[in-house]
Write a protein that binds this ligand. Structure first.
Ligand code: PLP
Length: 407
């Protein structure tokens, strides 16, 4: 029976992580995953999370009852506040806990697939690989198309191409995936003007925006600043009227709480009417019931405890600054190491890119040489995750890249 099942190639990112894990070379460096590591290349447990976790574990009254259907209520209120703050006046919203950001992306794809039936979902070129997988898995009948995003010449965004492609080729009812901040894999985000252009285009053409908010806190080090694009979509006015855009936000707490294994996330759907929001709630409950019945509580309790406690929340904001400070320092050291060697290529963007990632501009062939000869692991598209750099390996990485590109 199973001989008929197609053979599926290994997932690229997980395969590389495994290859690196079993690589016995003492100088190996893993620059593939979007997982924050500390200065010892260890996955960091945020001090705010450590404190909230200790308090939870000490609580003898804690039981393991099932969460309500929408998820752990204190998580949902805190998650919503973190994204929208006080921008929701006059808007109607449904929030549901999900299996992290992946689950939130999956739920909105399911909801749209079963009820709005977009002809096309537009994804930025490039994007997080899993966007395509999720949509293919949910509904292979929905066409996936790239919209122009990264310009390899300028190492920035080609905003004109982005807008003109969508204006000319997208249809009413299509969906578009937008990285809310700290774009993966490029590390470059739209300017406020471009965000307004995108919002206008979505409104005029009737395109449904899906914000993927996986790195809130990693663009500027400040969670509020990093929600500005989403908040702009809720508050902007068009032709003197308040915004009527309906959209979704897929929120992850994996990165900004360092809770990679707990799978904490939320999906928020902003609707035009109370009735619309209620219908979305019913439909999301049905999807969730069929797929997971109920959400895991432990990680949700940690996030909620941090965000509802002013002292822990202040510590968390400091934790975000700590992570961003280290990433900024590693960017500077890598840039210095590359430019000191006169490494061919343009490297200035390493300093100005934001978040965990930068595109090195290395071809898949050069990336393979980097891995095979130097045991330095990048994604085949040349994406480098700054999180894997440390004071101890950054010079080795710079020298390895120099050796690979100097010919
Ligand atoms: N969206 C983007 C752009 C990501 O890079 C990731 C993880 O790498 C996710 C969503 C989902 O992550 P998780 O499911 O761990 O929340």
């Amino acid at each position: 029976l199973f001989d008929q099942v197609p053979t599926v190639p290994l997932d690229g990112t997980f395969a590389l992580m495994e290859a690196c894990r079993v690589d016995a070379h003492e100088l190996k460096v893993n620059l593939t995953p979007g997982i924050y590591r500390d200065e010892n290349a260890k996955t960091w447990v945020l001090p705010s999370v450590k404190q909230a976790r200790a308090a939870l574990l000490a609580d003898q009254s804690l039981n393991h009852d099932i969460s309500p259907q929408l998820g752990y209520p204190q998580l949902l209120s805190a998650a919503r506040q973190l994204v929208f703050k006080d921008t929701l006046d006059g808007r109607f919203i449904t929030s549901m806990q999900t299996i992290s950001g992946t689950g939130a992306n999956h739920f909105i794809a399911s909801l749209l697939s079963s009820h709005l039936r977009p002809r096309t979902v537009w994804v930025p070129n490039p994007t997080w690989d899993n966007h395509r997988e999720i949509w293919r898995h949910v509904d292979p009948g929905i066409e996936q198309r790239n919209y122009p995003y990264y310009d390899h010449e300028t190492c920035g965004i080609d905003g004109d191409a982005l807008l003109s492609t969508l204006k000319e080729q997208a249809n009413t009812g299509d969906a578009i995936i937008l990285h809310a901040c700290a774009h993966n894999p490029t590390g470059v985000d739209p300017s406020p003007e471009l965000w307004e252009g995108i919002a206008q285009m979505c409104e005029e053409k009737g395109i449904f925006p899906i914000f993927d908010l996986a790195y809130q806190g990693f663009a500027t080090g400040d969670a509020d600043n990093d929600a500005s694009a989403v908040r702009h979509f809720t508050t902007r006015s068009s032709s003197g009227n308040s915004s009527t855009l309906e959209f979704a936000v897929a929120q992850s707490f994996s990165k900004n709480f360092g809770l990679y294994s707990e799978r904490v996330g939320a999906l928020h759907v902003v609707a035009r009417t109370r009735d619309g929001a209620a219908r979305v709630e019913g439909m999301l409950k049905r999807i969730s019931r069929a797929e997971i019945t109920s959400t895991p509580a432990f990680g949700a309790r940690i996030v909620a405890a941090v965000l509802h406690d002013p002292v822990l929340k202040a510590q968390w904001r400091q934790d975000l600054r700590t992570m961003n400070g280290r990433l900024g320092d590693m960017r500077k050291r890598l840039y210095d190491g590359l430019t000191r060697r006169n490494t061919p290529g343009s490297w200035g963007h390493i300093l100005t890119d934001i978040g965990m990632f930068s595109m090195t501009g290395l071809s898949p062939e050069k990336v393979a040489v980097l891995k095979d000869r130097f045991h330095v692991y990048l994604l085949p598209n040349g994406r480098l995750s700054v999180t894997g750099l440390t004071e101890g390996n950054v010079e080795y990485v710079a020298e390895s890249i120099y050796q690979v590109v100097k010919h």
